[in-house]
Design a protein around this ligand. Sequence first.
Ligand code: NDP
Length: 480
Amino acid sequence: MTTTVPHHLNLVDGEWVDGERRPNGNPARPGEVVSEYAVAGRDTARAAIEAARRAQPGWAGQPIGSRMDILDRIGTTILRRTEELAVLLSREEGKLLSEARGEVTRAGQTFRYYAHQLLQPQGEVYSSTRPRVHAEVRRRPLGVVGIITPWNYPIAIPAWKVAPALAYGNAVVLKPAELVTASAGELARIINESGMPPGVFNLVMGAGRVVGEELLTSTGIDGISFTGGTGTGSHVAQQCLAHGNKRFQLEMGGKNPLVVLDDADLEVAVRCALDGSFFSSGQRCTASSRLIVQAGIHDRFVEALAAAAGALRVGDPLDPLSELGPVVSPEQLSQNLDYVRIGRDEGATVVAGGTHRPDEGQFMRPTLFADARNDMRVAREEIFGPVACVISVDDLDEAISVAGDTEYGLSAGIVTTSLSAAERFKRDARSGIVSVNLPTAGTELHLPFGGTGASNHGPREQGGYARDFYSVPVTCYTGW
Ligand code: NDP
């Protein structure tokens, strides 16, 4: 029996553009090809940028009713195809099917949310200090936006950038991570079949240093929205400044703290840590990788979390009994295992996991370090795997100080039954997102998302705040 492998092509000016085909594998089943994608070169990226430039004014000039209809149609189609897209996403990235369903649903809802955001006020009127002058602030689209996305949310991150970009009248060139081109390819198909005018949305797949670099250096691009590692983000920033002083927005790494105080409900604390540290194989920028635990509850917490982590069923993400899937690639697995060695060498104690499943697939057991200190590499560097370390502290003051002692500042959480401790933490935690008695990784599409320090640069993403990046305020004075 012959099976045909699905393939995805680049989308330029409404046309599908082929190129050298590369396979895209399944991290749970080495050797299984999920799909093939056509690799774009710099010339394809250039053609996409030119098409976007031509199409953008017409798109921005369309009545908002037609922009709304198209965005709503994209969202509705994604939601209708949730199961099929979730299976594809799970196979190419390794997320549990249940998590993939949640991600696809979020992507569909995001397009529908931005369709309706267009009905919100889009400007402000001021009283002028001068007689017979009308003062107002209008918004115009940024123009052509290059969008560069990572592999860990193959459809949700493209959606939360592409949807507001299109809603506010921009044209888009999307460059997804090479590891997850099937999800991006399906998203492009849905957008192309939604009635979107040719050239408004373009997809170019290929290596960041080739296709991504073309977006960064092209004068045809007005802004770059990037999510990925902090090192890549710095490079994006430098290139944007050096090539036309482009606007840029960077969402980068995290080393997120979850504080557990003595008065915490132990069950809630373990649930928050288990979810925040290990679900999605810890491959979330908002993962709780530092568990900062007060001395009085420390031993009970470590024992209960180690037992819960050890009991998680690691397996094929399509198997409904699995509770943790594989990590995304052999390179990621070996980096995670390197950090286990580094942590041990630094004097931390592995109390759960620390190994990978010795069979096929990139399966790593959830790994918990006790006896960690905040100056250890495992507590300072983003591992991006199912690895967390427990740091013991004496009181809330020390917990807040340790939580803030990091170059990152994306998400921070506290588990406590004290209202005043929770309020203090919300006030003093040095991060863009704060959770109380909830996992650090839970976010909602209509609220702003972003961090401080090395986690972020530029305006917030998501919710109504996304407008700040994708549109430019224009201050208008009219004499009459
Ligand atoms: P990378 O920084 O390696 O890659 C991100 C994207 O940038 C990919 O599409 C990549 O392309 C592209 N890229 C790489 N080099 C260049 C370049 N020279 N020019 C332009 N583009 C380039 O991150 P990962 O994909 O490995 O994702 C993991 C990282 O993302 C983690 O650090 C994580 O914390 C962060 N992240 C942050 C989030 C946030 O909102 N704060 C959310 C999710 C992840 P390719 O790989 O295809 O070559």
